[in-house]
Write a protein that binds this ligand. Structure first.
Ligand SMILES: C[S@@+](CC[C@H](N)C(=O)[O-])C[C@H]1O[C@@H](n2cnc3c(N)ncnc32)[C@H](O)[C@@H]1O
Length: 581
């Protein structure tokens, strides 16, 4: 092979996604070997467009479209550098690029969704300095996944770098992915700080083939990259995928969201004035979509078990000017409040846990002008005891007990204002759970193996056992959802994984366990049908049941290798009949 042919072969992007062999077998049984190979290939590449949901309470789809077209025409979406390079290719006329790249979503029922087209994979020329070996940077898999989505290379993501790299040098950027280790696990095989010689005798030379994600200019020298802790190490100038980036663009007016997630919120079909539960809500993408569909009228209880993630929900709701969202820190596995606990903590209403917000609420849950009895606010009181708060409406059921420490904190906040995020300072509310049958609709966007997210460069961390553990966790959460939704209500269950054990098998469990549940038809219907049949491990130790033909038509499955070019995603909608308990 001559040197230019060898370079063309080497400097490409053609990664192969690795799986545990047992997981590969299982997926091949579910999808058929060819279809699974296509899915696996698609997962290793990003979607080639960005999907934008418009906040129609703040703007209109047409107005946002025009703004996006103007932005693309002027300078690319994020100011011209590397982000939307389609309009900046050599010789390209970018004056009217926007109009050809920004489109309304073509699927009925999704009028608030806009697509902005990207492009790739591109074949790049890495050897622009003849007779000189290409300087290189190897980045971690996580870093590369972000770079493929449009990010720069940050210092912690750099694993290895050529010798003598100075600030301003052009470097080829490739990714280190796990490969089978001698002792049966996986290894990346590169120690951070490794010096790349750039010659064929280099131990890492051969394994780089097909793993190049682009080219960039170093923002610091090699020694700087391995000395400092933060900052951009390489500014990407050319990428195998050129995708629009929307950092700080039209904040509050738009939300970048995968198409299936937008669909899931629509399938829930929330109505104005209803009470909705979003059980695993952070960062709040679907919560805010639901709030907008309800025109911010009603109540959405958004839960997450992580404090910081609840903060993210509150921040996003504030940014989008949405007031009907109440976010709480709660383990969704404990989201049904034990009846005797209500007595213990003095909560008699339907809504919150043991803390109060001093926000703009007008409902029973978090009274707007909460008055705190002065006797409970003296300094030095035992903060472990509880106190009574009476809200303005003076309804007996608007009373609840809160810790005195929290009352003092809330009073401080009342004096000092709500803080930057217009939410309760750096603290979020905990909840003790909710009464059975107290929600009109429940969304369970379950934590999952996330084997549908793209781009994904390695999948070997999941075993059959870990996949089954996800499924067990999801069933327990689903049991809670069933208790909390009222008869006649709706549950939507969704995941971002291609694993039928977390999707179709959950639906099977739900339908077999709760006879009052039935699969409802979904609008909009954009994805394909679910998987029919069952899976048996050859040694008969495990059996998993999926769907019948008829049931499979009622769920939505987004196949990453289909022409929709989305992440892998699954949506099931359950209509809830009379529970009979
Ligand atoms: C798939 S993400 C949710 C994405 C979100 N629905 C959105 O559209 O923006 C799953 C979330 O579940 C949360 N989670 C995991 N286990 C949980 C639990 N036991 N209780 C509550 N939240 C949990 C995670 O913190 C994560 O934020």
């Amino acid at each position: 092979m001559d040197s230019s042919a060898a370079a063309a072969d080497r400097y490409t992007y053609s990664p192969r996604l690795r799986w545990q062999p047992e997981v590969e077998e299982y997926f091949a049984a579910a999808y058929g070997r060819d279809r699974f190979a296509r899915i696996s290939e698609a997962l290793a590449h990003p979607s080639c467009y960005s999907c934008i949901r418009v906040n129609t309470l703040k703007s209109s789809t047409d107005a946002v479209m025009q703004k996006l077209i103007n932005l693309v025409d002027q300078n690319g979406i994020c100011g011209g550098i590397n982000c939307l390079e389609i309009g900046q290719q050599k010789g390209g006329d970018k004056t009217h690029e926007g109009i050809s790249l920004v489109h309304k979503c073509p699927y009925p029922g999704l009028d608030n969704v806009i697509f902005v087209q990207g492009s790739g994979p591109h074949v790049l020329d890495y050897e622009s300095q003849p007779e000189q070996s290409v300087k290189e940077v190897i980045v971690s898999r996580k870093c590369a996944e972000s770079v493929l989505r449009g990010a720069q290379v940050y210092v912690p993501g750099v694993l290895a770098c050529s010798a003598h790299v100075e600030k301003g040098d052009k470097v080829a950027v490739s990714v280190a992915v796990e490969k089978p280790a001698d002792d049966s696990g996986w290894t990346v095989g590169i120690t951070r700080g490794t010096v790349l010689q750039g010659v064929q005798s280099d131990v890492h030379y051969e394994e780089r083939k097909g793993l190049y994600i682009g080219q960039g200019i170093t923002a610091m020298s090699r020694s700087g990259i391995f000395r400092v802790l933060h900052g951009v190490a390489v500014e990407m100038t050319e990428r195998v995928y050129r995708l629009p980036s929307f950092n700080d663009v039209l904040e509050g007016e738009i939300f970048l969201q995968n198409l299936p997630s937008v669909v899931a919120a629509n399938v829930l079909d929330p109505q104005q004035g209803e009470r909705i539960l979003d059980m695993c809500a952070a960062p709040g993408g679907k919560t805010t979509a639901i709030a907008i569909l309800m025109r911010d009228k009603g109540e959405i209880v958004a839960l997450d078990r992580s404090h910081n993630k609840v903060m993210d929900i509150l921040k996003l709701a504030a940014e989008m000017d949405l007031n009907c969202i109440k976010a709480y820190k709660l383990d969704a596995l404990k989201s049904v409040r034990k009846i005797n606990e209500a007595g213990n903590v003095g909560i008699t209403d339907n809504c919150t846990g043991a803390t109060v917000t001093l926000g703009e609420d007008s409902d029973n849950c978090t009274g707007s002008s909460t008055k705190v009895n002065a006797e409970f606010t003296k300094a030095g009181e035992d903060s472990s005891t509880t106190s009574v708060v009476q809200t303005d409406d003076q309804k007996p059921d608007a009373k609840r007990y809160v810790s005195k420490a929290l009352l003092r904190k809330n009073l401080r906040q009342m004096r000092n204002g709500p803080g930057r995020n217009n939410c309760s300072g750096g603290r979020v509310e905990n909840s003790k759970g909710f009464l059975p049958n107290s929600f009109d609709r429940v969304l369970l966007d379950a934590p999952c193996s996330a084997l549908g997210l793209r781009p994904r460069l390695f999948a070997g961390e999941e075993t059959l056992e870990s996949l089954r553990n996800h499924a067990k966790y999801q069933r327990k959460m689903f049991d809670q959802a069933v208790k909390l939704v009222r008869p006649g209500g709706v549950i939507v269950y969704s995941t971002c994984t291609i694993n039928p054990g977390e999707n179709e098998a959950l639906v099977r469990y739900a339908l077999d366990t709760y006879k009052f549940l039935s699969l409802g038809s979904q609008h909009p219907k954009v994805g394909g049908p679910g998987i029919v049949g069952s899976y048996k491990l050859s040694n008969q130790t495990y059996n998993e049941e999926w769907l019948t033909e008829q049931e499979a038509e009622l769920v939505q499955r987004f196949d990453p290798s289909s022409s929709l070019d989305t992440i892998g995603f699954f949506i099931a909608k359950f209509d809830v009949g009379q529970k009979g308990d």
